[in-house]
Design a protein around this ligand. Structure first.
Ligand code: AMP
Length: 436
């Protein structure tokens, strides 16, 4: 099934929480799903500051990776990566995961959540027997590759081996690597099941399981595969579950597989990154491409991620941008793996300034330095708006998020505003706004 046709479970109730504004750090209740859960801390956000800055400012000092008690090889890797201090999720999750606790991390992508599970796993595995001791399940191949890269980045001085296993590519190299033995496997559930069934991989020695972006995996219909994988694992293991949202399906899964978890929540669940400036452009549907081309020519936009609702829409926007001499590439599920990789590579390297993507690309993609996210179509779910604009303003960077709103989409924009707890300023461009 593709991202265009996939029916997604409703996330009822969100839109009703109107008028909530960003507040100072506050304790919130643990989700009802995990009765054993102890909420450690819900870290709030101060307007205009990144989470890390707000925390450091509140403490009057900068928190360091050294204070987390990490080993020198991992500390060196964080220095190599240019990180000055742990993000809030890292500060909370790393010490708990190092102690072996099960964890439920409520954090969207862009908060530094990948390091918050990779670093403790690297610490745990370093120097141990060379067996597959950690498994990370992710919803998409792109996220799979990014998690693999993270392990390589943070574990580069620790000498661990990691492989990513996902569909859409040949089995042979994965089979050879899995059979050869590897410390960490990062996998999408479907392809992993194939390898388990072919007995290419053994999880007899598995110590840590991570479910990354659990909500997205369930949205994509991976529940049966996840259950099958878990059935193949040792029951005495550490389990870390990360999710941006907590729909009932994820709560039920968490209750089933986590043992006395600690819940770590960063920001409000539906809160958009505060480093992002949002704007809505009212524009008739048939003028959207023209407006896009105009903005791309007029404004200093370094790297722009454009989201369309459908694959066909993405291709159409790319064709029209080409007609205006603007280099752009499309990223969606109908593209082959090599086309998707090439598009991402060109975008990351700055060869192509504009990447036009469908929602499959909205989460997990680690493309640093995106200056603008443009919602060519208003997302159908308010949560998706938060995830899409999470592509810009990642970590400590600033970014702008523009949403093109035609008449049919006014109600959806209002819903989004209620969910994120802020009004999005309208920008009227002469000749494009309704009736001008
Ligand atoms: P993630 O939420 O894991 O997708 O990470 C988002 C981005 O933040 C990635 O580009 C990371 O390289 C970056 N990042 C992670 N931890 C830190 C940190 N402590 N300081 C600065 N950037 C970070």
């Amino acid at each position: 099934m593709t991202e265009d046709t996939k029916a997604r479970p409703s996330r009822g109730g969100r839109a009703g929480r109107s008028g909530t504004k960003a507040k100072a750090p506050a304790k919130t209740k643990a989700p009802a799903a995990a009765p054993d859960a102890v909420l450690v801390e819900a870290v709030g956000e101060a307007p205009g500051l990144t989470l890390a800055q707000a925390e450091a400012a509140a403490a009057g000092e900068e928190f360091t990776f050294e204070q987390l008690g990490l080993s020198e090889p991992v500390l060196q890797a964080t220095r190599d990566a240019g990180y000055r201090s742990p993000t809030p999720i890292q500060r909370e999750a790393i010490p708990l995961a190092l102690k072996g606790r099960d964890l439920m991390g409520l954090a969207q992508t862009g908060t530094g959540k990948t390091a918050s599970f990779s670093i403790p796993i690297i610490e745990r595995l370093t120097g141990g027997p060379s067996r597959t001791r950690a498994l990370i399940l992710t919803p998409t191949r792109e996220l799979c590759q990014q998690v693999e890269e993270s392990f390589k980045k943070y574990g580069k001085h620790a000498g661990l081996s990691v492989i990513s296993v996902y569909g859409g590519v040949g089995y042979e190299p994965q089979t050879v690597a899995l059979r050869g033995g590897v410390d960490v496997v990062v996998a999408t559930p479907g392809r992993l099941i194939d390898h388990i069934e072919k007995q290419n991989v053994s999880f007899d020695e598995l110590e840590v399981l991570v479910l990354d972006e659990a909500d997205r995996m369930l949205d994509m219909g991976f529940m049966p595969q996840i259950q099958k994988v878990i059935a193949a694992l040792h029951p005495y293991r550490q389990t870390l579950l990360f999710s941006a949202t907590m729909p009932p399906e994820v709560e039920a899964l968490a209750r089933k597989i986590l043992r006395k978890p600690v819940v770590v929540q960063v920001g409000r669940r539906s809160q958009a990154a505060t480093t992002v400036k949002h704007y809505v452009y009212p524009v008739p549907k048939q003028k959207k491409t023209e407006l896009l081309a105009q903005l791309l020519s007029a404004e200093a936009m370094d790297s722009v991620l454009v989201f369309t609702r459908t694959k066909h829409g993405a291709d159409k926007v790319v064709t029209r941008l080409h007609a205006s001499n603007i280099a752009a590439e499309a990223l969606h599920a109908d593209k082959s793996q090599s086309q998707r990789e090439a598009a991402l590579k060109h975008f990351k390297e700055g060869k192509v300034r504009v990447l036009v993507a469908t929602d499959i690309a909205q989460r997990g993609l680690d493309i640093s330095g995106i200056s603008h996210v443009i919602n060519y179509d208003v997302p159908q779910q308010a949560e998706d708006y938060v995830h899409r604009i999470g592509r810009t303003g990642r970590a400590a960077k600033n970014g702008d998020a523009y949403t093109f709103m035609c008449a049919d989409e006014i109600a959806m924009v209002r819903t989004i505003e209620r969910v994120i707890g802020q009004e999005i300023p309208r920008i009227s461009v002469a000749g494009y706004d309704f009736g001008t």
